[in-house]
Design a protein around this ligand. Structure first.
Ligand SMILES: [Zn+2]
Length: 412
């Protein structure tokens, strides 16, 4: 018996040595193939086609948004496997015409879809609006996510909202369902046992209309995190805050930048004459009906913020409401508060928009301003931000400014 064991060990020894050796030399790297790419995950790009050109070199042809042949879907995808050790060159094109481009903002990439790094287009929209290139250094992990701006999937927003809703002052309302059956969530932060009567509180409504403008969504995350912090206890006494992260929640998995399934530009979906199921696209009708119910409540909305992204730093554009210069300071005081708090230069000076509305009353800033006469802010910009942190920080500056400006009880 003893001899048998000895000989068995000898037979196994060369195998053990071989495995140890193999472990120490580099694992064999298999180049990426088209099967490793996925375009229908939580961050996707509907209809995107991928073809291999050379080793780790692919061409992606983007498809367009529903009903809008000239609007490319954004480049969002996942490498599901085999990325480790491979570099990557992506040529990206869209041949739907020059009216909208896919490369106006930086892209981001991540190993976990949480911690994002910027990756910049080789040419950019001005130089080459319909064709561009992304280059990636060799990856260190097998799974990789790529998306536009600092991405946020609908699922990301849901998990954050569920966590926020565990705070005693926060409630997650479902006001209906999207065309594809996703819940339309409104997060409302309202101190239940406030010493301030509902009629004496201010209310602020923050919503994202264009689902691909993710930087504006991270701006709102910064706001929510601050509102739920101990520092904001007094703000929560005096103010009610409503947040809508996706007016078009079906968009991120398809890469739709501006629209819903009907192909309606969500910031051209308001109806200042009043919500109307026949006249409006599905989600916009439900959102506007919800807003109209709030306007009838004992704490109607004081300020409505349409959260967007365009080039440069954050750019708030104001239509003044009746409380400015009467129940609170002048709008210039609001501007000064914002400038003082903005130590890192993340926000352009608050400006009043003069003249006729830029987008007309079909937008979610001018529309409610026309319908209810309330303060409306078109909050643009942040295309110059390449990190989640800058967007979060800009949101904190905005909400702290609101807290300081609206620091009196409404009827005082
Ligand atoms: Zn927008």
């Amino acid at each position: 018996m003893r001899i048998n064991k000895y000989w068995n060990l000898l037979a196994v020894l060369p195998l053990l040595i071989m495995f140890t050796y193999c472990d120490n030399v580099q694992e064999e790297i298999v180049p990426l193939s088209v099967e490793d790419f996925r375009f229908d995950g939580p961050l996707g790009s509907q209809g995107a086609q991928i073809a291999e050109i050379d080793t780790n070199h692919f061409k992606i042809t983007l498809d367009h948004a529903p009903g809008n042949p000239q609007w490319p879907n954004k480049l969002n995808f996942e490498i599901t496997q085999n990325a480790k050790g491979n570099n990557l060159t992506l040529e990206v094109e869209f041949d739907g015409g020059p009216s909208m481009s896919f490369n106006e903002y930086a892209q981001s990439w991540s190993y976990d879809a949480q911690n994002w790094q910027p990756v910049h287009w080789e040419y950019g929209r001005n130089e080459s609006p319909q064709y561009d290139i992304l280059e990636f250094d060799p990856f260190e992990q097998d799974q990789v996510f790529v998306g536009t701006q600092v991405p946020m999937s609908f699922e990301d927003a849901v998990s954050m909202k569920e966590e926020w809703a565990s705070h005693p002052d926060a409630t997650l309302y479902t006001i209906g369902e999207s065309s594809q059956g996703r819940p339309l969530y409104r997060l409302t932060i309202k101190k239940g046992d406030s010493e301030v009567a509902p009629e004496d509180r201010w209310a602020h409504y923050f919503a994202n209309q264009h689902p691909g403008e993710h930087n504006s969504q991270w701006r709102m995350v910064g706001m929510v995190d601050w509102i739920l912090s101990d520092e904001a206890r007094e703000y929560r006494q005096k103010n009610i805050s409503h947040f809508i992260f996706f007016m078009s929640p079906d968009a991120p998995t398809h890469g739709w930048y501006r629209v819903n399934e009907d192909g309606v530009d969500m910031n051209r979906s308001y109806r200042a004459e009043g919500a109307n199921r026949e006249e409006q696209t599905h989600e916009a009708y439900l959102w506007q009906k919800d807003l109209e119910e709030m306007m009838e409540s004992e704490t109607p909305v004081t300020t409505i913020w349409a959260m967007h992204t365009w080039g440069g730093i954050v750019e708030p554009l104001l239509k003044t409401g009746p409380e400015m210069g009467t129940q609170v300071g002048s709008w210039e005081e609001f501007k000064e508060i914002m400038e003082t708090l903005d130590e890192d230069g993340l926000i352009k000076p608050l400006a009043v928009r003069e003249g006729p509305p830029r987008y007309g009353p079909v937008s979610w800033s001018d529309g409610p301003h026309e319908q209810f006469g309330i303060t409306a802010i078109l909050c643009e910009g942040a295309g110059a931000f390449y990190t989640k942190q800058e967007n979060l920080d800009s949101g904190v500056v905005l909400i702290k400014s609101i807290a300081e400006y609206y620091n009196q009880n409404l009827r005082n």
